[in-house]
Design a protein around this ligand. Structure first.
Ligand code: GLN
Length: 199
């Protein structure tokens, strides 16, 4: 298995460390050439893509500037597995309730940016994630999901707000699972994504 990690901005290194702990091969996607390098005869060899947290507006702009937007959107539309955390969730959301912009818009969810307000910028909690039990969740100026279409499965809620969901081969979390590397937790959400890829 070989994954791409979108490495334009934000917390991509922490995802790479999680993949290293899980023994998964990956490559950084920083420019169009990095993606093109993964193609043989018009087929992309990547088994999936991780879109990290950071600033969705910055990553969205860079995707366009670097001409990565369309190829990545097409790969996801053609069922390449994708895992977006925080800003990555916003990049995948079809609609952002408090922003006119949307980005890749491949997932049938509406999300709210900075949904916990500027005061409660960051917090930690533990909550149930479907199939994984209780897991640690760190939120950093996080969004949450306000609406999901019928093809979206809700995987986790915190205080009645949806913070993780799945639609086909697309997985999103409003929190940052890549920031937890304690033995007990064992990179469970990344492992869940790998399992999704293998299904
Ligand atoms: N607030 C950021 C945004 O709107 C997301 C924060 C994060 O990824 N930790 O894109």
């Amino acid at each position: 298995m070989r994954l791409g990690v979108l490495a334009l901005q934000g917390a991509f290194i922490e995802h790479e460390q999680a993949l290293q702990r899980l023994g998964v091969d990956f490559t950084e996607i920083r420019q169009l050439a990095d993606l093109e390098h993964e193609y043989t005869n018009k087929n992309c060899k990547l088994d999936g893509l991780i879109i990290p947290g950071g600033e969705s507006t910055v990553q969205g702009k860079l995707l366009h500037d670097l001409e990565l937007f369309q190829p990545i959107q097409e790969l996801i539309q053609h069922d390449m597995p994708v895992f977006g955390t925080c800003a990555g969730l916003l990049l995948l959301a079809e609609k952002i309730s408090n922003d006119e912009r949307c980005h890749l818009a491949t997932m049938h969810i509406t999300a709210m940016r900075n949904a916990y307000g500027r005061q409660l910028g960051s917090f930690f909690t533990e909550a149930e994630f479907k199939g994984l039990g209780k897991i640690p969740m760190t939120f950093i100026r996080a969004p949450y999901i306000t609406e999901v279409a019928s093809d979206v499965e809700v995987l986790a809620e915190v205080n009645g707000k949806i913070v993780a969901a799945r639609q086909g081969k697309q997985l999103v979390t409003a929190f940052h699972p890549e920031l937890h590397n304690d033995q007990h937790y064992n990179d469970a959400v990344h492992a869940y994504f790998l399992q999704m890829i293998n299904e």
